[in-house]
Design a binder for this molecule. Structure first.
Ligand SMILES: [Zn+2]
Length: 313
């Protein structure tokens, strides 16, 4: 039968088989690892590594020195060089360990989008007082700037692993970067998506967050799993739950502004009883979503206040 086929068809068939086998082998050769911290110390933040025959690529860097050291010890046991670190955003629970990782495993280049790089100082300043007063010496105050900023959306290769890095602009943080690994169909979203936990709307950008989430759904619709900054990996459909949570909170924020005397007219102080009443209502409607780092009510209330302030502007 075979010798009846035209020669060029046989060559083409063999080529297709080779390409499929090669692509599969490549995906199988990349391993994803996740280091998840505890709620008390590390706010349940995740950091990831991608491993190939050639080396290791790190994504995000945890909050506390002790966690970064423990992670570095685990990574050293793999006996492979670290080819680079990619930072998704400059909240301390993802950047606090950069300097420790560089000391333990470096030198290696630090990547992020240009937008995230440009806002790294302002972002650090925003929560510096809070983090240093809460964690003292357990937090390394050395601020490391990414030395490889990516403009827009760019494909790079580290440790033989193809990585598409995209600047998705402001949202949950002042600026966010996502990383896509096409063979594994894996999206590393930082905190642009968070899984099984409520999302952080405290920084008054819930509208931009919705914009980002819709963009991710559209631009990465072939994704198998999203690996987020908090919570377990989840399929793309998990984004819908996050959109529901934000829209539900936005509607309540609008209702509070329209109907409630939620602010002391003299001091401008927000009435926490009113905020808590609405926060309990949100928590009741999103029972599957837990909090990270802080009590559920505190995080829900600060999120709601964040959206109210955004809509007051
Ligand atoms: Zn985070």
């Amino acid at each position: 039968m075979l010798n009846m086929l035209p020669r060029n068809r046989i060559v083409r068939a063999l080529l297709v088989i080779f390409i499929v086998a090669y692509a599969n082998a490549k995906a199988a050769d990349i391993k994803i690892g996740r280091f998840a911290t505890t709620p008390d110390g590390g706010w349940n933040a995740n950091a990831y590594w991608l491993e190939s025959d050639e080396g290791i690529v790190l994504i995000d860097a945890l909050l506390l020195i002790e966690d970064a050291k423990l992670w570095a010890t685990m990574l050293k046991s793999l006996n492979k060089p670290v080819k680079g670190l990619i930072i998704t955003h400059y909240h301390h629970d993802h950047t606090g360990g950069i300097n420790t990782l560089l000391n333990e495993l470096g030198p290696f280049p630090v990547y992020s989008s240009k937008g995230t790089t440009d806002t790294h100082e302002a972002s650090n300043k925003f929560s510096y007082g809070f983090t240093t007063s809460k964690y003292g010496d357990r937090f390394d105050t050395t601020l490391v700037k990414p030395d490889h900023p990516i403009v827009g959306k760019e494909e790079i290769e580290l440790a033989g692993i193809k990585l598409i890095i995209e600047d998705i602009g402001p949202g949950e943080s002042m600026n966010a970067t996502v990383i896509y690994q096409p063979e594994l169909k894996a999206l590393f979203s930082g905190d642009a998506t968070v899984h099984h936990t409520i999302t952080y709307t405290t920084e008054n950008r819930s509208m931009e967050m919705l914009h980002q989430l819709r963009h991710l759904k559209e631009a990465y619709n072939e994704v198998d799993l999203i690996y987020s900054g908090h919570g377990d990996p989840a399929p793309l459909a998990h984004i819908d739950l996050q959109i529901d949570y934000i829209e539900f909170s936005q509607n309540l924020a609008k209702e509070i502004i329209a109907k409630e005397v939620y602010k002391d007219p003299k001091t401008g102080n927000i009435n926490r009883e009113i905020i808590d009443k609405y926060s309990f209502f949100i928590m009741d409607n999103f029972k599957v979503l837990t909090a990270y780092g802080f009590p559920q009510l505190q995080m829900t209330a600060q999120n709601l206040i964040g959206i109210i302030q955004e809509f007051e502007k």
